[in-house]
Write a protein that binds this ligand. Structure first.
Ligand code: PEP
Ligand code: MN
Length: 294
């Protein structure tokens, strides 16, 4: 591990922080680990793919089969969603406990493990039966009681970075999970709010520098989610390849059978055909740095 010089403290993580504020993060040594038969931080980079929202049983089963066939290791999809505005319609509505049931059908029918977001501790019991990895979303990154409750289930956690959080804040949140007993944690970069994002429809800027920054301090697994970061499907393939080049240990990608008609964030998912082709491009990129995707 590189030594962090602390001659000019004040910006973000200091050498002292590593000792006194985030010792479990700094000393985290689980280099490679397995979740539901999938190895993280090994040579092969796992890809988690699926729709933003678990819209229906048919959609999630169909998507699970397609992404599995293309080589994805995990099915993603939210039954509980932190939607930005409170108004709902028949289409734009969380599927909740029904969605969890549909995820478990998809998991069985496609034989693929599941990562899904938990927003409230009251759903923990329902979640643990379905989720192989519990996702804690950006908006809950600093919800310490939720992090603590999820960590105490013993399930692996993927902690997404809040779009305004410093690395120091993010690692502080990860420390809460580790202190509560979480054995396997994945930190997912999903784009930062910045003044300038190159396109009115691209909401965030993918912070790729954070990947080597984390790796200087910890062996914690780092994921990248170019779909939420770019909010723009055409940019998902190049930023996925860039994420792999920057050292991401896993990649999360939104995939939908009919992207333009996705109930949530229809600008960001890619279709099955593009996903298959992206898997092969990611594999080529990974092989250039002695890793692989397929
Ligand atoms: C998601 O993965 O569906 C999601 C809501 O992500 P984020 O928390 O990064 O916005
Ligand atoms: Mn989303």
């Amino acid at each position: 591990m590189a030594t962090i010089e602390n001659k000019f403290p004040g910006k973000d993580v200091s050498a002292d922080d590593l000792k006194t504020k985030i010792p479990l993060v700094a000393n985290y040594t689980s280099k490679a680990f397995r979740v539901a038969g999938v190895t993280f931080n090994g040579k092969k980079i796992p890809v988690m793919a699926g729709p933003n929202m678990v819209e229906s049983e048919d959609l999630i089963v169909k998507t699970a089969k397609a992404v599995k066939k293309a080589g994805a290791s995990f099915l993603r999809g939210g039954a509980f969603k932190p939607l930005s505005f409170p108004y709902r319609s028949k289409k734009y509505n969380e599927s909740g406990l029904d969605g969890l049931k549909w995820l478990s059908v998809a998991k069985k029918e496609a034989s693929i493990p599941v990562i899904t977001e938990i927003m409230e501790s009251k759903y923990l019991d329902a979640m643990v039966d379905v989720a192989d990895i519990m996702q804690i979303g950006s908006r809950n990154m600093q919800n310490y009681p939720l992090i603590t409750d999820v960590a105490s289930t013993g399930k692996p956690i993927m902690l997404k970075r809040h779009y305004g959080a410093s690395l120091r804040d993010w690692l502080g949140a990860a420390e809460y999970a580790l202190i509560a007993g979480c054995k396997h944690i994945i930190l997912c970069e999903r784009g930062m709010s910045v003044a300038h994002t190159h396109k009115s429809s691209s909401r965030y800027l993918l912070d790729l520098q954070v990947i080597p920054a984390i790796k200087e301090m910890s062996s914690i697994s780092v994921a990248s989610d170019p779909s939420h970061a770019t909010f723009w499907r055409d940019w998902v393939p190049p930023m996925s390849l860039a994420s792999i080049s920057a050292g991401a240990d896993s990649i999360m990608i939104e995939v939908h059978p009919d992207p333009k008609n996705a109930a949530v964030d229809p600008l960001q998912p890619i279709d099955f055909k593009s996903f298959k082709s992206l898997m092969s491009q990611m594999d080529k990129t990974a092989r250039a740095i002695s890793r692989k995707v397929l």
